[in-house]
Ligand binder design. Structure first.
Ligand SMILES: [Zn+2]
Length: 563
């Protein structure tokens, strides 16, 4: 052995190791130590690997070793401050042995603290960690003396004042006779940067938290019923949304009106989620979906034996919504006897189960919805006037989709993203003709119809492609030749109708040029001067339309006299 690498006597170190069993303490100089069973540490090490995985376990153990090495470097500087630098450095390996990690033999030690250069090689015989690992996992491919390496790196780093990375070039856990380690500044290792992570503080909890936030965000986009799914920037939509936000802060009964498919339940859920009842249940009932003879039991609950078939006592939806929100969809379909009971619940805030003798207090915010005109229903005797007054305190009209032209694209894009995730598709958006058709269509089924169409489109489009017109309307090829109805909305034109329209134009004798001028003017008028909208109506791009309009302006009637 190089005489420089010969260990000095370690009496100075041993002297500082004091057992104080009376006090229940062990000290190394001024550092409190612990005598541990390797079996206990082995069990902890294995638990770590099992619970957080080998990579994260390696990080935790490296950091633990490094922290010990750092303390021992402080100890070395104090203990051998009057000795040569080599002898001072050798405190590390000597302490590592005294602490029982392994038998350490220095093979090479070249360093210059001022210049920051370091090159070291050591041999470890009987590393406790290699033994522990091999005992549990047998011979493995990668070196495993993570705590020991952490110690060597931490010790040398503290000693040198820069990050020195030690790696095992051989490890007893991989079947070698002993472990062999090499250390140098991290920058001098070709793969050094990849090892920096083992010394960095990295909270698994923070990672889990970030992941669960991601999951939450994903589920809320995938869950169509969430209030967060309300998409829209059009004026009519914003107005409805604003009314809803204001109602959310109060306990007022809300009546949502609007055509079928406009998203009344979604509004009701959003209202619930924005309210201080968000933590309590949201219970939805579709009055039209329940048979008339069951609806009262369903709403108000039933006592066992109340009627034939009432085999068990059951709480109604009102009770289940206690503290939260009850959404009564299609309330206009409620039979008259149930209407009378509902009115009483709203007045008294208490319910009585069918066949029950006692009343129960309930604290429920009611949101009702209807797609029929309740005033008409009152006039025809199908709906109680007093109940209508009670429900109609705060009506919100949800606009049909055709009144929300500007919302169609953002809605469709949002649905595309959602259904792509759901059906594992990566799609490049909508084709131009597809988007044009979405804008032109009349949407009798409103947002729900759009949703069905987009989902079908996502399923039919090929991976990586755009969603095209034929994916949205696969059974209606004629939509591609759609015309406009009196409101400027798309109507489906059959090839025969197309033929007839052409025949009439020819018969009318209107010059094609004049016809074009009129069609363009009409399109601009219908889209309220919005050229992009007008271009969509006539199946052109905006530049194409602008060019034609400009050309027309240039041929203005003022020049007509010259013709
Ligand atoms: Zn090893």
């Amino acid at each position: 052995m190089d005489p420089e690498l010969k260990y000095p006597a370690d009496a100075d170190l041993r002297r500082l190791l004091r057992f104080a069993p009376d006090k229940g303490e062990i000290w190394l100089g001024e550092y409190r130590m612990l005598l541990l069973h390797t079996a206990a540490l082995t069990a902890l090490r294995q638990d770590l690997i099992n619970s957080v995985g080998p990579e994260h376990a390696r990080r935790l153990l490296t950091r633990m070793g490094s922290s010990a090495g750092l303390r021992d470097a402080e100890f070395a500087k104090k203990t051998r401050s009057d000795r040569s630098l080599n002898e001072m450095f050798l405190v590390g390996p000597q302490l590592h042995m005294l602490e029982g990690a392994a038998r350490v033999t220095p093979l090479k030690m070249v360093f210059d603290v001022a210049a920051g250069s370091f090159e070291g090689e050591f041999r470890w015989d009987d590393s406790w960690e290699a033994y522990a690992h091999r005992q549990k996992y047998g011979v493995v491919d990668e070196p495993v003396c993570w705590t020991l390496l952490g110690y060597a790196s931490g010790y040398t780093t503290a000693f040198m004042g820069r990050l020195i990375l030690f790696k095992e070039v051989a490890c007893a856990a991989c079947g070698a006779d002993h472990c062999h380690i090499v250390g140098r500044p991290i920058e001098n290792w070709p793969d050094g940067e990849a090892h920096r992570q083992y010394f960095a503080d990295d909270s698994l909890l923070q990672k889990i938290e970030a992941l669960s936030l991601q999951v939450e965000a994903l589920t809320s986009t995938l869950e169509p019923a969430q209030g967060g799914m309300l998409v829209g920037a059009s004026k009519v939509f914003r107005r409805a949304h604003e009314l809803m936000q204001r109602a959310a802060k109060t306990h007022v009964t809300v009546l949502l009106t609007g055509e079928t498919g406009v998203g009344k339940e979604r509004f009701a859920r959003a209202l619930h989620e924005m309210s201080d009842r968000a933590h309590a249940p949201f219970v939805a009932v579709n009055c039209a979906a329940l048979p008339a003879e069951l609806i009262e039991a369903e709403l108000f609950g039933v006592e066992k034996g109340a009627y034939t078939g009432a085999h068990a006592t059951r709480a109604g939806r009102f009770e289940r919504a206690d503290g939260g929100t009850l959404f009564l969809d299609e309330v206009g379909e409620l039979p008259l006897p149930a209407q009378a009971k509902l009115l009483r619940v709203l007045q008294e805030s208490e319910i009585e189960r069918l066949g029950g003798e006692t009343t129960r207090k309930v604290n429920v915010r009611l949101v009702a919805a209807t797609n029929v005109d309740l005033d008409d229903a009152v006039k025809s005797g199908r709906f109680r006037r007093d109940l209508l007054y009670r429900l109609n305190i705060y009506p919100i009209r949800i606009p049909p989709l055709r009144e929300r032209q500007t919302d169609i694209e953002p809605l469709a894009q949002n649905m595309l993203a959602r259904f792509s995730a759901l059906h594992h598709k990566r799609l490049a958006g909508f084709g131009d003709r597809a988007m044009q058709a979405l804008h032109r269509y009349d949407w009798p089924g409103n947002v729900r119809e759009l949703e069905n169409l987009v989902e079908r489109g996502v399923i039919l489009a090929s991976q990586g492609d755009t969603v095209e017109l034929e994916h949205l309307f696969p059974n209606q090829p004629e939509v591609a030749q759609a015309g406009l109805d009196h409101r400027g909305q798309l109507v489906e034109v059959t090839p025969q109708q197309h033929q007839e329209l052409c025949a009439r134009i020819v018969d009318s004798g209107i010059p094609l040029d004049a016809l074009e001028a009129q069609v363009l003017a009409l399109a601009v008028e219908r889209s309220l001067g919005n050229l992009s909208g007008a271009a969509r109506l006539v199946g052109m791009t905006r530049p194409q339309l602008a060019y034609r309009l400009k050309r027309r302006l240039a041929d203005d009637p003022t020049e007509e006299g010259d013709r």
